[in-house]
Design a protein around this ligand. Structure first.
Ligand code: B12
Length: 210
């Protein structure tokens, strides 16, 4: 088991996408438990995210790490019922990396995530809530010009009588906890690990009927 995990770690750290994929497949074939593989990949990805925050990794490194995490995780994902459903998207702009990272970590944490992609407008979130019936809606805004779209999305959910059915979390580089409170969101987080914690908290609140 150790040598298979070591091969995965080495290829991940070298950003060798195809080798990391092959190493994950070999680990699975050799009977390494899926949880060990996903735990290793998740730890590697969180370390990459930390290196980016510290300025040691570039956006390119982070993008590569996210792709390797995603391909490995898809191979080793255990078939279990999701603990909750999240609809996510980036409002108005084409920034996708931060949103993709949140999606990956939420998926790794056991959520089913419906990703509407980027350049999404409030109407599309309303349609997705009607269609997907999620527990949580995650609205990302990456530029100041797109902040009003978060407010508009919450307003539209209210106007369509959908607001009470879902919890709304907002985030993205230009947001803050104050902004989240001002527009009536239920939660906010500054980064992906804290977003996962916040989404879990919101799910608990929803289940407890708070
Ligand atoms: C990469 C990038 C782009 C890429 C986006 C592609 C991609 N890879 O996603 C491209 C080149 C397309 C781009 C375009 C533009 N960009 Co740009 N871009 C960036 C840049 C350099 C990095 C963003 C990024 O990926 N960061 C890495 C991720 C990991 O961090 P993150 O996105 O902040 O996400 C984390 C948190 O915010 C949080 N989070 C993110 N989403 C969510 C959602 C929820 C619900 C929660 C809880 C948390 C959360 O968790 C994430 C992970 O920890 C930033 C500057 C910067 N250094 O941040 C500018 C930046 C965001 N861009 C900016 C601008 C202005 C633009 C353009 C308008 C420029 C132009 N005039 O054309 C265009 C918009 C184009 C369009 N049609 O939409 C400005 C925004 C300024 C502002 N205050 O409004 C920035 C800040 C650059 C700057 N200093 O001027 N951009």
């Amino acid at each position: 088991m150790e040598q298979h995990l070591k091969a995965m770690v080495e290829s991940f750290l070298a950003f060798e996408y195809f080798e990391a994929e092959a190493a994950t497949k070999r680990a699975l074939e050799a009977g390494v438990p899926k949880e060990e593989i996903t735990k290793t990949l998740r730890a590697l990805f969180l370390a990459a995210l930390e290196r980016y925050e510290e300025g040691k990794y570039s956006i390119a490194h982070l993008t590569a790490a996210a792709s390797i995490f995603e391909v490995g995780f898809k191979l080793a994902k255990a078939e279990v019922a999701p603990k909750g459903k999240v609809v996510i998207g980036t409002l108005g702009s084409s920034h996708y990396l931060g949103k993709d990272i949140i999606r990956l970590l939420l998926t790794a944490d056991g959520f089913e995530v419906v990703d509407l992609g980027e350049i999404v407008f409030p109407e599309q979130f309303v349609e997705a809530v009607e269609r997907e019936k999620p527990d949580i809606v995650a609205l990302a805004s990456m530029i100041i010009a797109c902040l009003p779209l978060q407010k508009a999305a919450i307003g539209m959910l209210q106007a369509r009588d959908l607001r009470d059915n879902v919890k709304v979390i907002v985030g993205g580089a230009v947001t803050s906890d104050r902004w989240a409170a001002e527009i009536g969101a239920d939660g906010w987080a500054p980064d992906a690990p804290q977003a996962v914690e916040e989404v879990n908290r919101l799910l608990r609140e929803l289940k407890e009927g708070a």
